[in-house]
Unconditional design. Structure first.
Length: 64
């Protein structure tokens, strides 16, 4: 089993992704596992957002 996993929550604006992330992290933490919630990387994407996002821009977000 890997030492760490990265799980991405992806969706439209204002669909409560942040709430889902924190709820998920809480459930995982309560099960005895270590959890770290990362920053919202899309805000730092130099390749474009929303309608201007290319496949490369989307890959950048997931891999960051």
């Amino acid at each position: 089993m890997p030492d760490a996993y990265k799980i991405a929550f992806i969706g439209s604006h204002s669909v409560r992704k942040t709430n889902a992330v924190h709820s998920f992290a809480g459930a995982v933490g309560r099960s005895g596992r270590s959890v770290e919630v990362g920053r919202e990387m899309v805000r730092f994407n130099p390749l474009g957002l929303n309608e201007g996002a290319t496949p490369e821009a989307q890959l950048w977000v997931v891999m960051a």
